[in-house]
Design a protein around this ligand. Structure first.
Ligand code: SAM
Ligand code: SF4
Length: 317
């Protein structure tokens, strides 16, 4: 379905939980987090019902995110149920990778098409500092198993922060020898954490050019916001996602469904439609469809960073 500004909204990001086993410094506060009560979280059958309605408006791509989606019980079953919806052409997952080794085979068998792994450093100490709790080795084991599996493409998301993880040498080398697409992401200042500074696109390119000459790949991946490069003869690619240096709003084709059942047309704005309350009041499918239309209608033309502090784990980044 086209929105008011001619963008074709075909991509739904579903957050299945706001809980997480990690506490990344740019995403979650260390303490004092109040999670949504279990009864407030959309059940799988509710998610499936909403997705079926959304397909009638042209949604054909789903990304499962969170919080950490792999800590939600029986996620494999949700993937299986989504796969049965024939209008859905693409199902992907964004995960911190800690439990990927355990679940990747079952996820692939259930019909998962693609995986994005968030991994901000290949140095165990820096990784621990950023995630506050994680063990790098767990993620590496999951990543290796994904590389050995049939799932492609495998993307790695790295939020690059000045003086924290701004040495990109290990990732540059990894992109040369592994079939992975490493995307360096500008930190988005939505949390009000003043100590964290992003590395700009120019600074990332300066850093990456130290390790070899970057060229434009022949077949750049996807239609998303990343600008892709690669090192000569490399197995993988390098992507830059710089939402502060550039503004992607004119190409944004997304709608988000939060774990507590709110439709959000923009990651940065306060606009939302409470579709869960309607669903639980047993309204007709037509009214639910109207709720999707409303969310698409109120999608802003351009992002306005909401002054209220909000963390990505809550909405689903
Ligand atoms: N737990 C999963 C993970 O980490 O991949 C999924 C949820 S996480 C909120 C989704 C993505 O949002 C991650 O790639 C994370 O790095 C990114 N993210 C969170 N806060 C961010 C921020 N302030 N700026 C840029 N990216 C952020
Ligand atoms: Fe958890 Fe992902 Fe946020 Fe890190 S980025 S705290 S893994 S939700």
């Amino acid at each position: 379905m086209l929105d008011r500004f001619g963008r074709n909204i075909e991509y739904l990001r579903i957050s299945v939980t706001d809980r997480c086993n990690l506490r990344c410094i740019y995403c979650m506060p260390e303490k004092g987090i109040s999670s949504i009560g279990h009864e407030e979280v959309l059940r799988y059958e509710e998610i499936i019902k909403l997705v079926k309605i959304a397909t009638e408006l042209g949604i054909n791509k789903i990304r499962i995110t969170g919080g950490e989606p792999l800590i939600r019980k029986d996620l494999v079953n949700l993937i299986k149920l989504l796969r049965e919806i024939k209008e859905i052409k693409d199902i992907s997952l964004t995960t911190n990778g800690v439990f990927l080794e355990k679940y990747i085979d079952d996820l692939i068998n259930a019909g998962l098409d693609r995986v994005n792994i968030s991994l901000d450093s290949l140095n165990p100490k820096i990784y621990k500092h950023i995630t506050r709790r994680g063990n790098l080795n767990d993620v590496i084991k999951g990543l290796k198993k994904a590389i050995d599996s049939s799932i492609r493409p495998i993307k790695i998301n790295v939020v690059v922060m000045k003086n924290i993880n701004d040495n990109l040498e290990e990732f540059a080398k990894m992109s040369m020898i592994e079939p992975v697409h490493i995307r360096f992401i500008e930190y988005m200042p939505v949390t009000g954490i003043e100590k964290i500074r992003e590395l700009t696109e120019k600074e990332m390119l300066n850093e990456l050019n130290k390790y070899g000459k970057l060229i434009k790949p022949k077949n750049p991946l996807g239609h998303g916001p990343a600008i892709y490069y690669k090192y000569k003869n490399a197995m993988g690619t390098i992507g830059l996602i710089c939402s502060n240096s550039h503004n992607f709003c004119d190409k944004c084709n997304r709608l988000r469904l939060t774990s507590d059942g709110k439709l959000k047309p923009c990651l940065f704005g306060e606009e939302e439609v409470d579709i869960k309350t309607m669903l639980r009041n047993n309204v007709s499918d037509n009214i639910l469809k109207e709720a999707f239309k409303k969310a698409i209608y109120i999608k802003p033309q351009k992002r306005k960073i909401n002054k209220k502090i909000h963390y990505m784990y809550h909405i689903g980044g």
